[in-house]
Design a binder for this molecule. Structure first.
Ligand SMILES: NC(=O)c1ccc[n+]([C@@H]2O[C@H](COP(=O)([O-])OP(=O)(O)OC[C@H]3O[C@@H](n4cnc5c(N)ncnc54)[C@H](O)[C@@H]3O)[C@@H](O)[C@H]2O)c1
Ligand SMILES: [Zn+2]
Ligand SMILES: [Zn+2]
Length: 349
């Protein structure tokens, strides 16, 4: 089969690899019907995630059809249409049982294994371990174009941004980075009653998307970003919650500069280098900082809201490519501003 193989920072190739196959009795094999590219894949290609070995098939999001099941799989059968989430879970370890499978001990202590510790979803097929406890059935009335957003971006913006940030009714929220993850936070802050949502980005197209997704204001990054955001906040004191969804030192510092005393910075971005924070200013303002890897445990909730039309997940996809055009898809996604791109959708030709 063909797959996108990582060959070290800046290097990848769509090439022949051995077919995905059941290895353990709890595995299934899923034929990939739809996959996409995450900002994290760009971080991997920048060399920011050194735990990704050369030779690894990239990708951690898919909608697909089961083609093979291991002997111990009971919940799924060949032919089932499933959502493959970014996080794999055994369902039995202490972390899985407390609802934080991002640290599933059975799969190695980090639930994000696809396109990281094992071969991923940017391929014609993928082996899925612990299928019974990891996969979700996709309702018939939810098309791939919507469902694919639930594999990672939507639960990430919601769980690591909105829930971790503790957004409450009446809050003013800034979202730094209006990619699929930041826009997912924009889409779901309203569920918790945020009164004002300010999108902050360098990309005008994505800022306009943010307004379409429910942001009340947008600020294009420039020398006065913080001044402009503070001017939009109550009494000019800053926002209640600043969500960082880019993953650079400067964007975390921007998020920290936007938050009012007693507020929260919710870091979602994947960082590849240390960040020096102005602790001398933050401690006395009683700022909380949260961060983390998504658990994807909100998928069933979000799936219901997508199915009912409450969350317009289909608006995320701006470009569709055949799987074997994945190099072009990466180019378009990487240069999103020039290409008016948001989420790129990849499907077999
Ligand atoms: N914590 C998790 O579990 C988790 C899961 C998935 C993704 N992520 C991370 O979330 C982040 C966003 O992912 P994505 O798929 O939306 O990525 P993306 O590349 O589509 O979006 C990033 C956005 O940041 C904007 N940006 C770049 N520089 C900026 C700056 N200086 N100021 C403001 N905005 C700037 C870009 O224009 C873009 O819109 C990435 O760091 C990704 O690795 C984290
Ligand atoms: Zn991701
Ligand atoms: Zn586990």
């Amino acid at each position: 089969m063909k797959a996108l193989v990582y060959h070290g920072p800046g290097k990848k190739a769509w090439e022949d690899v051995p077919d995905a196959a059941v290895q353990d009795p709890t595995d299934v094999v899923v034929r990939v019907d739809t996959t996409t590219i995450c900002g994290t894949d760009l971080h991997i290609l920048e060399g920011d995630v050194p735990t990704v070995a050369e030779g690894r098939v990239l990708g951690h999001e898919a909608i697909g059809t089961i083609t093979e099941v291991g002997d111990a799989v009971h919940a799924f059968a060949v032919g089932d249409r499933v959502l493959v989430p970014a996080i794999t879970r055994c369902g039995r370890c202490a972390y899985c049982q407390q609802g934080t499978p991002s640290h599933c001990q059975t799969v190695g202590g980090i639930g994000w294994i696809f396109g990281h510790l094992i071969d991923g979803t940017q391929a014609e097929s993928v082996r899925v371990p612990f299928a019974d406890t990891s996969l979700y059935t996709v309702p018939e009335d939810v098309p791939d174009q919507q469902a694919i957003v639930l594999a990672d971006s939507l639960p990430t913006g919601y769980e690591v941004g909105v829930l971790a940030g503790g957004v409450r009714p009446g809050d003013t929220v800034a979202v730094v980075g209006a990619g699929a993850v930041g826009l997912s936070a924009v889409l779901t802050t309203g569920l918790w009653g945020a009164a004002r949502v300010i999108a902050v980005d360098t990309n005008k197209f994505r800022l306009e998307k943010a307004l379409d997704f429910g942001a009340t204001d947008m600020v294009e990054v420039g020398p006065d970003t913080a001044v402009e955001v503070l001017a939009l906040s109550d009494d000019g004191l800053g926002v209640d919650v600043a969500i960082e969804a880019v993953g650079f030192p400067e964007t975390l510092l921007t998020a920290a500069s936007l938050v009012r005393p007693g507020g929260t910075v919710a870091n979602v971005g994947v960082h590849g280098t240390p960040v020096e924070l102005p602790m001398q200013d933050l401690w006395i303002k009683n700022i909380s900082i949260t961060m983390g890897l998504v658990d994807t445990v909100s998928i069933p909730t979000l799936l219901k809201m997508v199915a009912s039309g409450k969350i317009p997940a289909e608006k995320m996809g701006t470009h569709t490519f055949a799987l074997d055009q994945i190099d072009q898809a990466y180019d378009v996604f990487k240069h999103a501003a020039d290409n008016l791109a948001l989420k790129v959708v990849l499907q077999p030709a």
